[in-house]
Design a protein around this ligand. Structure first.
Ligand code: THU
Length: 157
């Protein structure tokens, strides 16, 4: 048996000035989207924004429900809408941001497994990397050049 290693490359930034103009615009859209989250149960407001290959930006946020499992994460709200509206555009980058109602949350939010699986399928179908930017409320964060970093050995049919 042979041991193998996964090499997963990603980038860390400490403030928005380290981002290029387009990424800075995208993360600001994710922050903006978070302000309209419907999260009365968790009070955890997540915003996402995707940039399409035609440079259109689509925003979305988490949508909760009293029947908890009926709610949906910001990432899937945004990706499903973007893909339904522009099925032929590549989704180049998704930016994700979260905060809570008393502003005590200071971390990046890392997508749940279900959202990772959806991102993986989008990337696989478009045959182009889907970049991910995870931004914290202190404006630091990470950039993942592809979904492969979030979901190695992804399931495909
Ligand atoms: N949530 C997201 O929208 N995205 C994530 O990456 C993690 C969790 C939402 C789901 C739920 O509305 C709330 O955050 C608390 O889990």
């Amino acid at each position: 048996m042979k041991k193998e290693y996964l090499g997963l490359e990603y980038y860390i930034f400490d403030n928005l000035e380290e981002l290029d103009k387009k990424d800075k615009e995208l993360v600001k859209n994710a922050i903006d989207a978070s302000t309209r989250a419907y999260a009365p149960y968790s009070k955890f407001h997540v915003g996402a924004a995707v940039r399409l290959s035609n440079d259109i930006i689509i925003q979305g946020n988490n949508q909760e429900n009293a029947a908890y499992p009926s709610g949906l994460c910001a990432e899937r709200v945004t990706l499903f809408y973007a893909h339904s509206r522009y099925p032929n555009e590549v989704i180049v980058t998704i930016a994700i941001y979260a905060n809570n109602e008393d502003n005590t949350y200071k971390d990046i939010v890392t997508p749940c497994g279900a959202c990772r699986q959806v991102m993986a399928e989008i990337q696989s179908a478009q045959k182009k990397p889907l970049r991910v930017i995870l931004l914290s409320p202190t404006n630091s964060g990470i950039i993942l050049p592809s979904i492969d970093v979030l979901l190695p050995f992804q399931f495909e049919l």
